[in-house]
Design a protein around this ligand. Structure first.
Ligand code: PLP
Length: 372
C-alpha cells in the first residue's frame, strides 16, 4: 500500500482507505486516534514529542512489515545496529538497542548501580531512576551551577567518593535545554577515576547547534569509559515506537546487553527506525521545523517580558511566577505544559515545540498567564 504525504502529516481526515492485494484494509493515519494522541483541541506541549514524524518512509516500512510481525524481529536488530555503527564509526558490537533510550539507560543503571552509587545532577530528566530505585540502588544528586547548568566541578568532587561507579548526565539537558561546552565535558570525562563510567544521555543531541562538535562519540570511539544513549523519539518523531540505543566500548556494550530488560524489540518500531535512519531529507526537515518552532516560542517569551534558558532542544524552560498555577491555567485553555520541577524550581515551566498552531496558542496565552 502507498501512504500519501497528506496522510503522513495527519491531514488526510477521512481519505479513502487503501486496499492492498492481500485484501486487508490499512487506513491512512487518523488525525487524532483515540487513546494514542490527545483529544482534538488539546495542544500537547508537555512531553517533548515531535509532530513531524514518523516520516512517510517509516510509515510505509511499518505497513509493509505488519503481516510479518508474528516473527520475533531478531534479524532486524543487528541490521539497525550495523547502520548506526557505520554512521558513527564504531563496530556493530558497540551498539546496543533498547525499548526507547529509557531501556538502555535503565540497563546501565542496573548493571553499574549494583556495584555502587550513581551520581546525577539535581535538575535533570530522571524517569529512568524509578525502576533502579525500586531495586534498592543508590543515587546521589548534585547541585546545579548558579545559571542552572550542570556543575561539572561539583560532579567531579562527588565522583571522587570511593563508592561512586557511574555519573549520569544529559547533554543537552532536560528540562533546561542547555548544552555543556564540549572541551569541558571531555576534560571532565578524562578526569574521572577508572572505576567511574560516564553515562551521557544525548536524547536531544541531533537538535544541538553543532551536534558533531558537541557529542562525546569521538571519546567512545577512542575507547573511553563512556556510554552514550540516543533515541528515535525526538528528531525522528517516533516516541510511541520505543526505539533507542546506546553506543559504548565493546566491553561496556556486553554488560549492557546482559542487563536488557526484555527480549527482542518491537518489529514495527525497528522497521520504522531502519527506514528513517537513511531518510536524511526528513531528518533535516525535522530539525528545521523544530528550530523554527523554538524560535516562535523564544519570540513569545520575549514579548511576554520574561526569559527562557538557552535551549538547544525541542523545548524551552521558561521563567514564570508559579509553574504549577501556570500549568493549571494553561490546561484550562486546552494547552498542556509540564508542571513544576519540584521542589527547588517552582518558577520554571517547560514547554515543548509541538505543532505550529499549538505553539501559537501557547504564545497567545503566555502574556496573560506568565505572572499569575
Ligand atoms: N532522555 C531524555 C533526556 C529525555 O528527555 C527522554 C524523554 O523525554 C528520554 C531520555 C527517554 O526517551 P525514550 O523515548 O528514548 O525512552
Amino acid at each position: 500500500m502507498a501512504i500519501s504525504r497528506r496522510g503522513a502529516l495527519g491531514l488526510a481526515g477521512a481519505a479513502a482507505a487503501a486496499a492492498p492485494a492481500s485484501g486487508i484494509t490499512i487506513r491512512p493515519m487518523l488525525a487524532d486516534p483515540a487513546g494514542f494522541a490527545p483529544a482534538p483541541g488539546i495542544a500537547h506541549l508537555k512531553y517533548n514529542e515531535n509532530p513531524m514524524g514518523p516520516p512517510p518512509s517509516a510509515l510505509q516500512a511499518m505497513a509493509d512489515l505488519a503481516r510479518s510481525s508474528w516473527y520475533y524481529a531478531d534479524d532486524a536488530e543487528p541490521r539497525l545496529a550495523a547502520m548506526i555503527a557505520a554512521r558513527f564509526g564504531v563496530t556493530p558490537s558497540q551498539v546496543v538497542l533498547g525499548h526507547g533510550s529509557s531501556e538502555v539507560i535503565t540497563s546501565a543503571m542496573l548493571a553499574w548501580g549494583k556495584r555502587g552509587t550513581i551520581i546525577i545532577p539535581e535538575l535533570q530528566f530522571d524517569e529512568p531512576l524509578i525502576f533502579p530505585k525500586a531495586q534498592g540502588l543508590n543515587f546521589r544528586r548534585v547541585a546545579m551551577a548558579p545559571d542552572l547548568g550542570i556543575d561539572l566541578a561539583a560532579l567531579a568532587r562527588a565522583a571522587a567518593a570511593p563508592d561512586v561507579v557511574m555519573v549520569y548526565l544529559c547533554n543537552p539537558n532536560n528540562p533546561t535545554g542547555m548544552v555543556l561546552p564540549a572541551a569541558e565535558l571531555a576534560a571532565f570525562a578524562r578526569s574521572l577515576p577508572p572505576r567511574v563510567t560516564l553515562l551521557i544521555d544525548e536524547a536531544y543531541m541531533e537538535l544541538a547547534d553543532d551536534p558533531a562538535g558537541t557529542t562525546m562519540l569521538p571519546l567512545v570511539r577512542s575507547g573511553a569509559n563512556i556510554i552514550i544513549s540516543r533515541t528515535f523519539s525526538k528528531l525522528f518523531g517516533m516516541a510511541g515506537l520505543r526505539i533507542g540505543y546506546a553506543v559504548a566500548t565493546p566491553d561496556n556494550a556486553v554488560v549492557l546487553k546482559q542487563h536488557r530488560l526484555t527480549i527482542s524489540l518491537n518489529a514495527p518500531g525497528l522497521a520504522a527506525a531502519i527506514a528513517a535512519w537513511t531518510d536524511t531529507d526528513f531528518q533535516q526537515r525535522s530539525r528545521t521545523q523544530i528550530i523554527a518552532a523554538r524560535q516562535l516560542l523564544r519570540d513569545a517569551v520575549m514579548r511576554a517580558g520574561t526569559v527562557a534558558l538557552p535551549s538547544q532542544t525541542n523545548f524551552l524552560f521558561v521563567k514564570v511566577a508559579d509553574a504549577n498555577r501556570f500549568a493549571a491555567a494553561m490546561a484550562q485553555r486546552g494547552i498542556l505544559v509540564r508542571s513544576a520541577w519540584e521542589p527547588a524550581w517552582p518558577t520554571w515551566s517547560r514547554v515543548s515545540t509541538g505543532r505550529l498552531a499549538d505553539v501559537e496558542r501557547y504564545a497567545k496565552a503566555l502574556p496573560e498567564l506568565v505572572n499569575i
